[in-house]
Design a protein around this ligand. Sequence first.
Ligand code: AMP
Length: 287
Amino acid sequence: VRLVRTVADLRAALRAPRLQERTIGLVPTMGALHDGHLALVARARETCHEVVVSLFVNPRQFDDAGDLAAYPRDERRDAALVAEAGADLLFAPAVGEVYPEGFATTVSVRGPLTETLEGAHRGRAHFDGVATVVTKLLNMVQPDVAFFGQKDAQQALVIRRFVRDLDLPVRIDVVPIVREADGLALSSRNVHLHGADRERALALASGLRAAQARIAAGERDAQAIAAAGRDAMRAFDVEPEYLAVVDPETLTPLRAVEGTALIAVAARVGPTRLIDNVLVQAPEKAG
Ligand code: AMP
């Protein structure tokens, strides 16, 4: 894999493949790579001729300075994993390359999509930071397809929205959540789960499973479904920041689950804030 650090070098490296009309896939990451990221790279490898992985810990999307300072970083390990996964380019810019002196522009998606769930708990600056950096990465790389994880379901919806609103010429591909054998969704922040917190982190997947089981058992009332999820989490001594049953496209709260629902959860486990979600299809009502 070739490592590039500047936009000029990135564009130079992509000039030939672009002229040859080879398709370009982009996988944006903040590094500390795990099998969830590598699933995105694998999907890009299957779909595109040229695969670019970006590695940039974006300060603008962190709402908590401690979280940013503690964010795991290991570029050498990441480069080895990206090479092994068969990517062609690793774009790892410095903060000053992405946000030069005088940087003054923000891409901001307004409305319910960014005001609920993560937006409500982390503040507006979080999705502004995400939308701004992803817009920049899409303009830097100009990929045909960009790959994101369903793990960050709300982020994927926000990205689809500004890509559509701003007519950005890229296809967005969302890849299913990769989990540990016991159900824990892979996350770079999982390295902070020490001792009993690793076990307690199962609260999120267990809460989602309990809520899903209630739907499978015929429950339609969103409050009852969410309550079942929260109860299951309490067995792990974890109180969610939110556990919400929402419309999978608009993220507005559902009163009753009829077609598909997104169940999204966030919780602090010790010092670590985790998120997870599941898409659920309500079974057809018996005639
Ligand atoms: P991050 O480095 O945390 O910003 O994540 C980079 C990309 O990987 C995002 O599109 C995430 O949604 C995706 N991702 C992170 N964890 C997982 C996972 N467990 N399964 C699938 N995709 C993931």
